[in-house]
Design a protein around this ligand. Structure first.
Ligand SMILES: *Cc1c(COP(=O)(O)O)cnc(C)c1O
Length: 481
C-alpha cells in the first residue's frame, strides 16, 4: 500500500506548523518595525562564518528559524535600513514581503499557460506601458533585473537590424559582423556585457564622452554614428541612461530619440532606477522622450521598493520582441482552450521558461501604495539629496564632487591625502554600523557616495551621516595634519 501521507512534505501536525509559521512572520515584522535601532551592517564574526560553512545537518523548522535569526538576519547587506546609502538598493516594504509569501504559496510558474497569474503580469505590463507612453502594440516582461532587460533590448535591436540585412532574424550573417552600438562612458557595466553575450561583440561598442553633468554628448554621438556609416558599418543600437550609476545623470532623451529616428538606429533606455521617476510629477518632465524609445529596461526593486528581484523590459514593437524569442518546441505547443491556451507566453518574450510570480509583489506594491504615494517617496529621496547637498555646501570640511541630478550625492572630506582618507571614512562608516554609503572615483577623486533610495530615510538620518563623516574625517586626519 502506498502511504502518501508519510511521503508528503506537508506537515503532519498543521497546528504546530501554524504556530511556528506565525512566529516566523512576527519576527520579520518585528525586524522591519525596529530597523532604526539596529546597526545598518556588521561584518560576520568568525564563529558565524564557521557556522555557515558547516555540512548539511537536519533540523526542525524551529531550529532552522533560530539559526536564521542568529546567523543570517543580522549579517545581510542592510538595505532595509534607513541609513543604508550604498549603491542603489531598494528598501523593500512589509506589503511586498507578505505578497511574496502569497506568491510562494501559490508556487505559480509564469512561463506561460492559461492562468490568472499570467494576466496579473500582463496587467502590470499595461500599467507601465501607459505610464511611459508606449503604444498598445508594445509588449513587456518581468526579468531578474535591468542587466537581463538590457540584454533583451539588445537582442531585439539585433533582430531588427538583421531582418533589415537578411532574412534570418536569429543569425545575422549579412551585416552582422559590422554592427556598431553606442553608449556613454557613464553607462552601467552590463551594457558592455550584453553586447558580448549577444554575439555582437564589445569591440563594436563605442563609449561616447559625457558633458560636465555626466550626460552623453549628443553631438559626439551623432558624429560617431555618421562616421561609422561612412566607413561602411551598421550602427544598430544606442543605449541611453536615465539615472547613471555614479551620479544619477539623465541623458537627453529627446535629442537622442530624434537622432535615432533620423539615422534608423534602435533606441534603448537603461532606466534601471531612474525611469520610475516618471511617477513623481516634478521629475517626470525631465524624462521627456522616453516614450519614443524602442525598448527600455528598469527595476521595480530599486526606487519602487519592491522586494528583490523584479526587473522589467518594455519593447515598443511587440512583434519584433516575439520574433526574437519564440521557439517551436513541441511540448510548448498551444491550444485554443485548456491550460495550453493564452498565447503569447512569457517564454516567447525572453530567455527563461520557468519563472516565478514577480508580478504579484509588484502588483501589490502599486495597488496598495498607489502611484501618488510611490511618486512622493521618489521625490522625497531627491529632496533629501538636495538637503545633504546644502549641508555640504555650508560645511567647510566637506566638498561636493558632482552635480546632484536626482538622489545621489558624491562628496568628500577635504584634507591632504584625500583619496586614502575618504576611502577609509567610507569603510569605517560601514563598520561602525551607523550609516553605509559607498565610494566611487570621479575624475581621479575618491568620493563618498550617498544614494538615497530607501523610503524610510529622513532628514535626521542625513544629519547623522554628516556628523559621522565629520567625526571620522577629523579623527583620521588628526595625526597627518
Ligand atoms: C542597477 C543598474 C543596472 C543593473 O540592474 P540590475 O537590476 O542590478 O541587473 C543597470 N543600469 C543601471 C543604470 C543601474 O543603476
Amino acid at each position: 500500500m502506498l502511504e502518501t501521507a508519510e511521503k508528503s512534505l506537508d506537515p503532519k501536525d498543521w497546528t504546530a506548523f501554524r504556530t511556528q509559521a506565525h512566529k516566523m512572520l512576527d519576527d520579520m515584522l518585528d525586524y522591519t518595525e525596529s530597523l532604526n535601532s539596529r546597526e545598518v551592517w556588521q561584518p560576520m564574526p568568525e564563529n558565524v562564518q564557521a557556522h555557515l560553512r558547516e555540512s548539511l545537518t537536519e533540523k526542525t523548522l524551529a531550529q532552522a528559524h533560530a539559526e536564521f535569526m542568529q546567523n543570517i538576519l543580522p549579517y545581510a547587506v542592510g538595505n532595509t535600513h534607513p541609513r543604508f546609502m550604498g549603491w542603489v538598493h531598494g528598501g523593500g516594504t512589509p506589503v511586498g514581503m507578505v505578497a511574496e509569501m502569497l506568491a510562494a504559496g501559490l508556487n505559480a510558474n509564469l512561463g506561460g499557460r492559461n492562468q490568472a497569474p499570467v494576466e496579473i503580469e500582463r496587467q502590470v505590463m499595461r500599467w507601465v506601458r501607459d505610464l511611459f507612453g508606449f503604444p498598445d502594440t508594445a509588449s513587456g516582461l518581468f526579468v531578474t533585473g535591468t542587466s537581463m532587460a538590457n540584454l533583451i533590448g539588445c537582442l531585439c535591436a539585433r533582430t531588427k537590424a538583421s531582418s533589415l540585412a537578411s532574412s534570418s532574424p536569429r543569425h545575422p550573417s549579412k551585416g552582422g559582423e559590422d554592427l556598431t552600438a553606442y553608449t556613454s562612458t557613464a553607462a552601467h557595466i552590463s551594457v558592455s556585457q550584453v553586447l558580448d553575450i549577444s554575439g555582437v561583440g564589445t569591440s563594436t561598442l563605442q563609449k561616447i564622452p559625457v558633458n560636465s553633468d555626466y550626460e552623453i554628448d549628443v553631438l559626439a554621438l551623432e558624429q560617431a554614428i555618421i562616421s561609422d556609416k561612412q566607413a561602411g558599418k551598421t550602427p544598430f543600437l544606442v543605449v541611453a541612461t536615465v539615472g547613471t550609476v555614479d551620479v544619477g545623470a539623465i541623458d537627453d532623451l529627446q535629442k537622442i530619440a530624434e537622432l535615432c529616428e533620423r539615422e534608423n538606429v534602435w533606441f534603448h533606455v537603461d532606466g534601471a532606477f531612474g525611469a520610475l521617476a516618471m511617477l513623481a510629477p516634478e521629475i517626470a518632465p525631465r524624462l521627456a522622450g522616453i516614450e519614443r524609445a524602442d525598448s527600455m529596461a528598469f527595476d521595480f526593486h530599486k526606487w519602487l521598493q519592491v522586494p528583490y528581484d523584479a526587473g522589467f523590459v518594455l519593447v515598443r514593437d511587440g512583434e519584433i520582441h516575439q520574433k526574437t524569442f519564440t521557439s517551436p518546441a513541441a511540448y510548448l505547443q498551444r491550444q485554443e482552450r485548456g491550460l495550453s491556451a493564452n498565447s503569447p507566453w512569457a517564454c516567447d518574450l525572453g530567455l527563461d521558461l520557468s519563472r516565478g510570480f514577480r508580478a504579484l509583489k509588484t502588483w501589490f506594491t502599486l495597488s496598495v501604495y498607489g502611484n501618488e504615494k510611490l511618486g512622493n517617496v521618489i521625490a522625497h529621496t531627491c529632496e533629501l539629496a538636495r538637503y545633504l547637498k546644502q549641508k555640504i555646501e555650508v560645511t567647510p570640511e566637506l566638498e561636493l564632487l558632482a552635480p546632484v541630478a536626482l538622489n545621489i550625492v558624491c562628496f568628500r572630506y577635504v584634507c591632504t591625502d584625500a583619496n586614502r582618507i575618504n576611502t577609509e571614512i567610507v569603510i569605517a562608516l560601514q563598520e561602525s554600523g551607523i550609516a553605509a554609503p559607498s565610494s566611487t572615483t570621479l575624475n581621479g577623486n575618491v568620493a563618498i557616495r550617498a544614494a538615497i533610495v530607501n523610503h524610510r530615510t529622513t532628514e535626521n538620518d542625513i544629519d547623522i551621516l554628516v556628523t559621522a563623516v565629520l567625526k571620522l574625517g577629523n579623527a583620521l586626519t588628526i595625526f597627518t595634519t
